[in-house]
Every structure is written in C-alpha cells, then in structure tokens.
Design a protein around this ligand. Structure first.
Ligand code: ZN
Length: 136
C-alpha cells in the first residue's frame, strides 16, 4: 500500500501555529483521505476527516506542492471506450459527458493527479483489462 502525507501549518484557536496533517491513500480498494489537526501549545487534537472519497482541492494542492503530480497513460493499444467510461463513472460518479472527457484525456496526454489517485485509478482500469502505467 502506498500513500502520501503532508503537513500544513495551520493557525489554532489558541493563537499558536499548529499542524494539520493530511494523508491520502488506497484502502480496501477505495481512495481515502484523512486529516488531523494537532496543536502542541494547547494540546488540541482533532480528527477533521477520515473516509473514502476524493480529497478536497486544498488537500490536493498541498499534496501536489509537497510531492508533485504523476501522470497515468495508456500503455497498450487504445481500448474501447466502454471499460473506460465504466471505470470513470463508478469511481467519480461522473456524468456520461464528464466520463467521456476523462477517457479522452487519458487516451491523449494521460491523466494527471496525485500518486494515490492514479494508483487507485490504475488498479480499477487493470481490472477492466485496460493497460495503463504511471510516470512522473
Ligand atoms: Zn492551540
């Protein structure tokens, strides 16, 4: 299992500078993210979020800033659109037009995301027989 962690400086209610630690990882065949907040000064500890689903933009931006992004590309011959559309619709609840856009991007330049996001997508695509690989 792989995952990525990033610590974000965050202001506590007590006025001190505290740390928000965010993790994104694949667990039980789902993409997860969690977020905890800890202030050393006043001892406040909060689990802000833990669960499956897409991470919000601020979390993704922090992960990109700390770890960079990766690209998922097709490695074999172009697959039929059907398995691609199925995967995109099941993982992101995308509408059909959105799923078509994602499938088109994957077929052209590849999809860019965090490592955990792309590993999750790669596993789902492999299961449908679509050959893809991740590059930096
Ligand atoms: Zn505090």
């Amino acid at each position: 299992m792989s995952g990525q962690t990033v610590k974000i400086a965050s202001r506590c209610e007590c006025g001190s500078l505290a740390v928000r630690q965010v993790n994104q990882f694949v667990l039980d065949d789902e993409l997860w993210w969690d977020s905890e907040f800890f202030c050393e000064t006043c001892g406040t500890y909060l689990c802000e979020h833990a669960g499956p689903g897409s991470a919000p933009d601020d979390v993704r931006q922090a992960l990109f800033a700390a770890h960079g992004s990766v690209r998922l590309r097709l490695t074999g011959p172009a697959p039929s659109l059907v398995p691609l559309l199925k995967v995109f619709r099941e993982i992101s609840a995308a509408s059909l037009p959105q799923a078509r856009d994602l499938a088109g991007e994957l077929s052209r330049d590849g999809l860019v995301g965090t490592l955990s996001e792309m590993e999750f997508l790669k596993a789902r695509l492999h299961r449908r027989g679509v050959r893809v690989d991740i590059s930096r």
